[in-house]
Design a binder for this molecule. Structure first.
Ligand code: NAD
Ligand code: LMR
Length: 329
């Protein structure tokens, strides 16, 4: 029995993400929670002839508790999206409280679940979830993931437009966090190897860092990336299920995760990022969640500068998330 819960399931991301999860044959129960419309989305998806039983919950009648109880995996796309002119950090005011309340529900009703956090600003919402779980004594650093998959997907797509290769065959590690200058593409480590001019590197880097803005601008007030994010979220969820349910080894996904102080696998990475508590890099998944966090490897001078610019901003966003919980709970 594999129950997956989506919190914020009626939204722009929530609906297509729930559709893709309904198509995942590993899922036997899909539990959809939102403050509006979730029973309708559940009824609609429930007619698709795949194994998952679909249920929809609203806040009334302990909906969050029922949505979460026995969940193996919880995906959180709940919260407001950006409009043109806004930064992701501008969403903190509303989304921090939403994510805190949902994390409290997870701590109480699904303390062993794997949790994927999509709600922005990811650089702060992941520390918020972790602090809530810590307060309830149920934090497992191997199970909490900030979803930065879309940055890596964008990096493949945008790079392929220069190299004219199939984007699915291109992998570019993207490290740091998930907002503007904290998004650090390591184009020097592109696979298969490819050389770019400095001008191409700078243009590509900027496009990957501000890919989200491209969509926000094109949607012109109607929100931010939803469909590409749903695909990215479903890919990550599927990788988690492959590793933790099917026992597949060697799966690597990028993710913004907590760097444990005493874990030998993150020691070098933590040193390279000036002791940051959270950082996004390639994470190798195993049967218990995070098996290993890969190091940065060789990076170019240009990438060193990008990293140096990312670290102070990441530090501020992390502290903002941590102090939001510690001053309010
Ligand atoms: P949306 O407004 O279309 O949907 C959000 C949904 O959350 C709505 O259905 C709303 O009712 C629901 N919601 C609000 N408060 C809730 C609560 N307390 N409990 C449960 N559900 C609640 O927004 P969207 O376009 O789906 O974006 C959602 C979030 O994802 C935004 O914060 C956005 O910035 C973020 N996002 C992140 C990435 C990423 O790469 N990590 C990519 C795209 C968007
Ligand atoms: C994205 O990268 O598309 C998301 O973080 C949404 C946004 O606000 O840009």
């Amino acid at each position: 029995m594999v129950k997956v819960a989506v919190l914020g399931a009626s939204g722009g991301i929530g609906q297509p993400l729930s559709l893709l999860l309904k198509l995942n044959e590993c899922v036997t129960e899909l539990s959809l929670y939102d403050i509006v419309n979730s029973p309708g989305v559940a009824a609609d998806l429930g007619h698709i002839n795949t194994p998952a039983r679909v249920t929809g919950y609203l806040p009334a009648d302990e909906g969050l508790k029922h949505a979460l109880t026995k969940a193996h995996l919880v995906v959180i796309p709940a919260g407001v999206p950006r409009k043109p002119g806004m930064t992701r950090d501008d969403l903190f005011k509303i989304n921090a409280g939403i994510v805190r309340d949902l994390a409290t529900g997870i701590a109480q009703h699904a303390p062993n679940a794997y949790v994927l956090i999509i709600s922005n600003p990811v650089n702060s919402t992941v520390p918020i979830v972790v602090e809530v779980l810590k307060k309830h004594g149920v934090f497992d650093p191997k199970k909490i993931f900030g979803v930065t998959t879309l940055d890596v997907i964008r990096a493949s797509t945008f790079s392929s437009e220069i190299s004219c290769k199939d984007p699915r065959d291109i992998r570019v590690p993207v490290v740091g966090g998930h907002s503007g200058p904290t998004i650090v593409p390591l184009l020097s480590q592109i696979s298969p190897p490819q050389s770019f001019t400095q001008e191409q590197i700078e243009k590509l880097t900027h496009r990957i860092q501000y890919g989200g803005d491209e969509v926000v601008k094109a949607k012109d007030g109607a929100g931010s990336a939803t469909l590409s994010m749903a695909q990215a979220g479903a890919r990550f969820a599927s990788s988690i299920l492959d590793a933790t349910v099917k026992g597949k080894a060697g799966i690597i996904e990028p993710s913004y995760v907590y760097l444990e102080a005493d874990n030998e696998h993150c020691a070098n990475l933590k040193k390279a990022v000036e002791g940051l508590e959270y950082f996004s890099y390639n994470v190798e998944l195993g049967p218990g969640g995070i098996h290993k966090i890969h190091g940065l490897g060789e990076i170019s001078e240009h990438e060193k500068k990008l990293l140096a610019a990312a670290i102070p901003e990441l530090k501020l966003s992390i502290e903002k998330g941590i102090s939001f919980i510690n001053s309010k709970l």
